[in-house]
Design a protein around this ligand. Structure first.
Ligand SMILES: [Zn+2]
Length: 118
């Protein structure tokens, strides 16, 4: 198995996103899940997609078994429909920890539009 390590998003944040957004592929409001477009934050921003269970399974399948197709076709599609969440807003203590350890990237996102989910 591949390493599937991702930054876990707090449950309350996931819940709010699913209340606010439908599946970004088919538009349903049922059985919604969160896809981590970014496994880890870049510039203090993590991009997520709200997707229904069926589409999440399809995305994960392509990501696992057809990584080239996933990167070239699926990711650009999901990028257009992604929700950028600021770590500063959802988990400030983690951001502080990353800064203190100089882990990863943080600061202002260049092209990221951060949506207010609260
Ligand atoms: Zn769907």
């Amino acid at each position: 198995m591949r390493n599937r390590q991702v930054l876990e998003i707090p449950q309350n944040v996931k819940r709010r996103l699913k209340q606010k957004y439908p599946c970004c592929i088919c538009g349903t409001n049922e059985d919604l899940e969160i896809h981590h477009l970014d496994k880890f934050p870049k510039n203090g921003i993590i991009r997520l997609n709200v997707v229904c269970k069926r589409h999440h399974r399809a995305i994960t399948y392509l990501e696992t078994w057809f990584p080239d197709f996933y990167l070239k076709v699926v990711v650009p599609y999901l990028e257009k429909k992604s929700i950028s969440v600021s770590l500063n807003e959802i988990m400030p203590s983690l951001l502080k920890f990353m800064k203190s350890r100089k882990v990863g990237c943080y600061g202002e996102g260049k092209n990221s539009k951060v949506v207010d989910i609260f």
